[in-house]
Each structure stands twice: as C-alpha cells, then as structure tokens.
Design a protein around this ligand. Structure first.
Ligand SMILES: *Cc1c(COP(=O)(O)O)cnc(C)c1O
Length: 365
C-alpha cells in the first residue's frame, strides 16, 4: 500500500537532529518563550521575507489572535471562502463575528476575487483568503479591493508554507498571515504549533501580548489575553526542519508537474497547470464525478487517498444556522474531490505507479 502520508517516513531524514534538538531543550530547563522560539521566529520571518513572526500554539489560534488583535466592532462581517477547512472560519464565529461565505473560482477552487465585492457591506471588516491545497490566492485583486473598502486581509496559509505569488512568499503579502505547523503540514512540528507573520509592528506586538495572557512583563497584564504559546521543543524541531522546506517543496513541485503532464483520464479534472513552481502543493486535489468508484479502485490497487473535504462548512452540524445557504460550486467540489498522495518522500517509482494506475481507471468503468 502506498500510504497517503507516513509521518515516520517524512521525519526519518531529520530524526537524529530532532532528537538532539529536543534533548538540548529538555536539558536546558527552559521550556516556554525562550531562545529556540526567538530563533525560529527570526528564521521564519526571514524565510517569508516579512518583518515579524510571532509563534503561537496552533494555526487556529493564529487566525483567532489576528482577529482579536484587530479589535473589530461587534457584529462585524468577515468574508471567508466557502471552500476551506473549518478552522479558517471557526475563529470568526466564536469571536461573535458573522462569516460571509463566498463561492470559489471553480478552476482553482480558491476564493474568487470577482465574487467578493457583491458581499461587502458597511459591516465588513476583513477578508480571510485561504491558500488552500498550497496555492496562493489571487492576492492582487483581493488586496486592491480591500484597500478600496478599508478592509484587512488575513491569509490562512496553514497549507502553503513557501508558496509564491508574483515573486512574493505567502506570509509577506496580506496584512497578516496565519500558519499552522501541525505535523502533516509542509512544515510540520511533532505536535501542535503555529505562527502569525506580518509587516505591521503594532499588530505583531499586540499578538505577542495576547498569546501570553495579555502580558509581556511577568504579572503585568495589559490586555485580556489567552494562553497560546509555541513551546521550546516544537520550536527547536521547526528550527531543524525549516532549512529543508524549499527542497521538500521542490520535490512536491516535481511530483505535481509529473501528475499534471502524465495523468489523462476522461472526466477527471486536474489542478490548473499554470504556476506549478509557485504552488507549495500541500495537497494534489483532483475531481471526478464518480469519486467513490475512483477511491475504491485506487484502494484496491494499493493507493491510499483522502478527501479534502467531504462536507462543506455551511452543511456541518456545527454551522446549522447556515444550512439553507445554496453554494452550488462549493457543494459540487465537496462531492467530487479526491486527493492523491503527494509528499516529499514519495519515490519516482511510486509516482510512476500512481500515474499508471490512475490512467487505467478509464478502462475499469
Ligand atoms: C490545518 C489547518 C488549519 C488549522 O491549523 P491547526 O494547527 O490544526 O490549528 C487552519 N486552516 C487550514 C486551511 C488548515 O489546513
């Protein structure tokens, strides 16, 4: 069986360095908000080519803390993509703001800039652009629209470490960008971790307070903050892995390029072939009208797949109040998508086998 993702294999090349770094922290006696985090924040800010990086506990908190730091008024509306992982939208809802779901571009499956303007009202304060599957959103029109209407743009780049848009890394484009270092992400810790990047010094400073009970000096609390810190062991592990992110992303790009040029199956839709080298290829998401047959066929032939995602947010029990929304593009995406294995440890032989097997799907129907 070719697994969808085997974290043991993903981390195997770094295991000795990870163990050394973890033991160094364990023996140091300093476990929270220390030098490992400082050096990771500096290195990741440099990597993204942005002035500030603030480590937090996870990707969900990164989005939450950005929204908290902006202090939008009650009843604010936030534009969100209808096609995304639920974590992009949960922070909007639990801070009491109203998510306004916008249909994606059917080709990229990302937030469609052409559909944003019609959803802006006098209550809109921000747009959350999600670089879903690893591809950067169309940031130029999104930023232009936001500037025109005085809105903040927040990128959810939990799936897009190292993605590029017009020669800029994601993390340096939006007003603030949220990252997750959940173990399966392109840059993954061995536990939970996240970060915010921004060029806005005041925003970065505010999030440094908020992640630590609203405090920068012990027992002096300037804001009502939360506990959302990136711990020293995870920071040390991220310091080991960050220097290899580009090499791993390049391997992902090479595999995606092969999938795109070599897979040819009737009625099977591949991701767009433009900007292959800009995409971080967190996931390789294809579409087929008979998804369950394709999944069963690949499984029978030893290829594990995944579905990102099976049920849209507005159809989830957790967001019952939106269940009557009709979002046909999003709903058809959720009915048709399948993710093929794509990760830096797939061998050329495995990639060839996956391509050949998918290409034979045609004949089995
Ligand atoms: C993983 C993910 C998150 C949440 O990150 P966590 O670290 O698990 O909280 C948010 N948005 C997207 C698009 C994700 O893929």
């Amino acid at each position: 069986m070719i697994p969808f993702l085997d974290l043991n294999e993903v981390n195997a090349p770094y295991l000795q360095a990870i163990e050394d770094a973890s033991f160094r922290v364990i023996r140091s006696g300093w476990y929270i908000l220390g030098n490992e985090l400082k050096s990771f924040e500096n290195a990741f800010a440099t990597y993204c080519d942005v002035a500030h990086c603030v480590g937090v506990a996870n990707g969900l908190d990164a989005i939450t803390l950005i929204l908290m730091a902006y202090e939008f008024p009650e009843e604010s509306e936030v534009i969100v993509p209808a096609n995304t992982y639920i974590a992009s939208v949960l922070p909007v809802a639990y801070l009491g703001f109203k998510p306004i779901f916008v249909e994606p571009d059917p080709l990229t499956m990302l937030l469609d800039p052409k559909r944003i303007a019609e959803n802006i009202t006098s209550k809109t304060r921000a747009i959350i652009a999600v670089d879903l599957y690893g591809r950067s959103c169309e940031m130029e029109p999104i930023m232009a629209l936001a500037r025109q209407h005085g809105l903040k743009v927040i990128t959810d780049a939990a799936q897009a470490h190292g993605a590029v848009y017009k020669n800029k890394r994601t993390g340096s484009i939006a007003d603030a960008t949220a990252f997750s270092f959940y173990p399966t992400k392109n840059l993954g810790a061995l536990g939970d971790a996240g970060a915010v990047t921004t060029a806005d010094e005041a925003l970065a400073e505010r999030i440094r307070y908020l992640r630590n009970y609203g405090s920068l000096v012990r027992y002096r609390n300037d804001y009502q903050g939360v506990n959302s810190r990136l711990d020293e062991i995870q920071a040390a592990i991220l310091n080991v892995k960050l220097p290899f992110l580009d090499v791993e992303n390049d391997r992902r790009r090479a595999i995606a390029a092969r999938y795109i040029s070599e897979i040819h199956v009737k009625d099977l839709v591949l991701p767009p072939a433009d900007r292959i080298q800009d995409d971080a290829w967190h996931l390789f998401v294809i579409r087929h009208p008979d998804r369950s047959a394709l999944i069963a066929y690949l499984d029978a032939n030893g290829i594990q797949t995944n579905v990102h995602y099976p049920l849209p947010i507005h159809k989830q029990q957790a967001f019952q109040e939106f269940r009557d929304l009709h979002l046909p593009i999003t709903e058809s995406i959720h009915n048709e998508v399948v993710s093929l294995p794509l990760n830096a440890v797939l061998t050329d032989e495995e990639v060839t086998y996956i391509i050949q097997t998918v290409n034979q799907f045609d004949y089995q129907q």
